[in-house]
Every structure is written in structure tokens, then in C-alpha cells.
Design a protein around this ligand. Structure first.
Ligand code: GTP
Ligand code: MG
Length: 178
């Protein structure tokens, strides 16, 4: 039998408030960026269609609230996810340190069959900040290695740097794990 030519893939984006989750999505899907910060409340999704080899892939990208008081997602929300994007801000050390919590929270809530094999991906955002960088690429790579070789991209939602590349990797990983 031929493999289906279409796939709907659920992607969940997690990370501290202000790291740029919403901005990354807006840059990827709408090619838009705003300096104006508006906290995400609860969660919302956007979709993006792309072609990978002979497949038409629809990414359903779920943007979540980093602020604790706006988080209201039950485990039903996480279940059925095909990929989890973890985001930190390269200029904010704490946003890197809390990755462990976000990773753990996702595993707990989504309860994947094999957490070690689940497709996570790490984005280090706001790479346009110049000398204000606090988290080296090396440190991030080490963290990824310790979690079973998670792919890592440094991005700028502001300048659109590496955003398409990073989400293409998301789509490919989600598709493979499907
Ligand atoms: P929550 O919804 O509270 O979880 O935050 P968030 O992770 O969605 O952050 P958001 O995308 O709202 O961005 C927070 C702030 O950082 C906004 O003022 C953005 O303009 C800014 N920002 C986001 N991405 C970048 C980036 O790549 N570079 C720079 N310089 N600023 C960015
Ligand atoms: Mg947001």
C-alpha cells in the first residue's frame, strides 16, 4: 500500500516567558516581528503547510504561555504531540537553566512511550543581541548531548535568522516519529 501523502503534525513550543516563542512562530508563519511584548495566555496554535519530499505536511504549532500564572494546560493538551520545541534566550542564563524543568514537565504530561526517543529540539533565540550573550553554543550543545543528542539551532526571530531551517528540522523530526 502507498504511504499516505499528507500528515498533520502537532508541535508544542515550551520555554520561559519572554524567550521569544510567539515571535519565532510569527516570524516563521507570517514573516512578521514586533518589539512589543504581549504575554501569551493559555495556548494557541497556528498552522503552516510545507512539502517534504513527496509529502504535504501540515504543522500545527502550539504556542504556550511561559508565565506560570497563564499556564492552564492539562496533560490531554500534551498528548499526541509529534515534536517538542524547547526555547531559551541566549542572553538570559536562567532561561537556559529552566530547560530541565520544561523537558521534565513535557515528559511527565505527554507521557511518550519512550521519552529518550521522543523528538525534542532546542532553539537558542535572540542571537542578534551581540555581546550580551550569556549561554555559549558549547554549553547548549553539551546539554543536548546529555539528553540524547537533541538538535540545536541558534535563532533570531527578530532578523529571521535560522528560523526556517530550525522549523524544517522540526517538521522532519516530527514526520519521522509519526
Ligand atoms: P510568553 O508568551 O510570556 O511565554 O513569552 P514569549 O516566549 O512568547 O516571548 P515573545 O515572543 O512574546 O517575545 C518577548 C519579547 O522579546 C518581545 O518584546 C519580542 O519583541 C522580543 N524578542 C523575541 N524574539 C526576539 C529576537 O530574536 N531578538 C530580539 N532582539 N528580541 C526578540
Ligand atoms: Mg508568547
Amino acid at each position: 500500500m502507498n504511504k499516505p501523502r499528507r500528515a498533520l503534525l502537532k508541535v508544542i513550543v515550551l520555554g520561559d516567558s519572554g524567550v521569544g516563542k510567539t515571535s519565532l512562530m510569527n516570524q516563521y508563519v507570517y514573516k512578521k516581528f514586533t518589539q512589543h511584548y504581549k504575554a501569551t495566555i493559555g495556548a494557541d496554535f497556528v498552522t503552516k503547510e510545507l512539502q517534504i519530499d513527496d509529502k504535504l505536511v501540515t504543522l500545527q504549532i502550539w504556542d504556550t504561555a511561559g508565565q506560570e500564572r497563564f499556564q492552564s494546560l492539562g496533560s490531554a493538551f500534551y498528548r499526541g504531540a509529534d515534536c517538542c520545541v524547547l526555547v531559551y534566550d541566549v542572553n538570559v542564563q536562567k532561561s537556559f537553566e529552566t530547560l530541565n524543568n520544561w523537558h521534565e514537565e513535557f515528559v511527565k504530561q505527554a507521557d511518550p512511550v519512550d521519552p529518550d526517543a521522543f523528538p525534542f529540539i532546542l532553539f537558542g533565540n535572540k542571537i542578534d543581541g551581540g555581546s550580551s550573550r550569556m549561554v555559549s553554543e558549547k554549553k547548549a550543545r553539551e546539554w543536548c548531548a546529555s539528553r540524547g543528542d537533541i538538535p540545536h539551532f541558534e535563532t533570531s526571530a527578530k532578523e529571521g535568522y535560522n528560523v526556517n531551517e530550525a522549523f524544517l528540522c522540526v517538521a522532519k523530526m516530527a514526520l519521522e516519529g509519526e
